[in-house]
Design a protein around this ligand. Sequence first.
Ligand code: GLP
Length: 251
Amino acid sequence: MKIILANSYDEMSKKAAIILANQIILKPDSVLGLATGSTPVGTYQELIKLYDVGIVDFSNVITFNLDEYYGLSSEHEQSYSHYMRKILFERVNIELENTHIPSGVPEDIEKECLLYDTKIDSFGGIDLQILGIGSNGHIGFNEPNTRFQSMTHLVDLNYETIEANKRFFSDNEPVPQKAISMGIKGIMQAKKIVLLASGKGKADAVQKAVEGPITPEVPASILQLHADVTLILDKDAASQLQGAICKKSAS
Ligand code: GLP
C-alpha cells in the first residue's frame, strides 16, 4: 500500500484530482470507478477546475459508480445518481450514456446486479477505482462481514451506516435501509485503487485497514492484498497509524 499524507482536506482533494487527471490524460477512454459520500466532493471540484482550464477531457471517459440506495429512483435528490449529476457529470463534458450507476429501483434485483458486473467486464474492467471508507471500515456499501468474494449485490445497511447517512436526509424522510453495491471482489478487480479518508472519525477504520489483520470484519483491510493501492489521508485520518508513515510529514 502506498500512503500519501496531506495536511488538510483540500490538499487531499488536490492530490486525488491530480491522480485522476493523470489517469485520464494517459488513457482518455479510462474506465473510472467513482465513489460518493462527502469525502470525494473536493476531489471532484478540483477535477472540474482542471477540466475548466482544458487539462482534462471527459469525452471518452467511462464511469461506474460503486453503489446506490435501494428504493431511490435516479431522480430522488438523495440518490447517488442525482449526487453524481450535480457534483460532477453536469459540470464536465462527460457523455451521460458513458456513466453507470446501479438502478435503485430495478425490476429484478438479481439481474440488475449481474448486468452491472457484466457491463464493467465488457469495458475491460475498471482502470482506477476511487474509494471512501466508512467509520466501520466499509468500502462501497460492503459492511463488516461481507464475503470477500462478493460481486454486485443487495446490502442490508448497518445501524451505524444508516445513522451516518441520516445527515443527508431531512428530518421526516426515511433513510434507506438497503443499498446495491459493487462487491469486494469487484472492487479488488480494479487495476488501481485510490482510497481517500479525511477527519478523525475515519482514523480508527484507517488504522485497522492498513495495520490490522486482513479480515471481513474490516472490509477495507482486503486492500492490503491489492497490488496497486494508494491511500490519500489527511492528518486526522492518519492520526492513529502506528507505523513509520504517521511520523512522516506531508509531502
Ligand atoms: C457511504 C458510501 C461510501 C462512502 C462512505 C463514507 O457509505 N456508500 O462509498 O465511502 O459513505 O462517506 P463519507 O465520505 O461521507 O464519510
